[in-house]
Design a protein around this ligand. Sequence first.
Ligand code: SF4
Length: 219
Amino acid sequence: MTALDNREGDLVQVPLSALEHYAYCPRQSGLILLEDSFADDAATVRGTLLHQRVDTPGNRGRGTVRTLHALPVWHDGYGLTGICDTVELHSNGRILPVEHKSGRYHPGGPADVQAAAQAICLEEMFRRPVPEAAIYSSADRRRHSVTVGDELRTRVHQLTATVRTMLATGQLPSPPADSRCRRCSMAIGCMPKVLASNRRYRQALTDLYTLNDAQDETR
Ligand code: SF4
């Protein structure tokens, strides 16, 4: 057993959603997984309400497509586990995971990693190739296709290993303190600018406790 295995010798499981959080900001993923902290803002509440609508477990048929909702999935080889919002089973054998997002879709962004990881889990479970996933953005009410190619699979694999290492070491990543923080619901608790090893802030902190000669002379 290593720090990356559990007592039974299986890999420590990494939640699918953690891949998206880590891809967006490693510290965000650390705050959620290691410190069990999560803060809501308008965007996350919108996302929660959206998922409440789509995450009602069930199995619905529509023509040649059977749709599964809130489907639990996992992959023992990758050590991944999670729930797919929606999985379409087409009569021609096509399997398509559809991840629902309340925000705008960014091609190549963190949501692609989560959708690809779902596809990889579904391949393991159905023993069938899943070369494509989709992300439905309620911001533009469109479905965006994600090709689950080699590059994205490698990214999923690497991110999974990185998140598992973070879980094993318990080390909280330092904050990037950049434009991502403006759209992050966790900024108040995270205090990115205070904690970042940012020269301007370190200088301000140093200056705070530095007495200059002029000040000394007035005493
Ligand atoms: S506030 Fe910034 S550094 Fe902190 S979790 Fe959010 S994005 Fe990451």
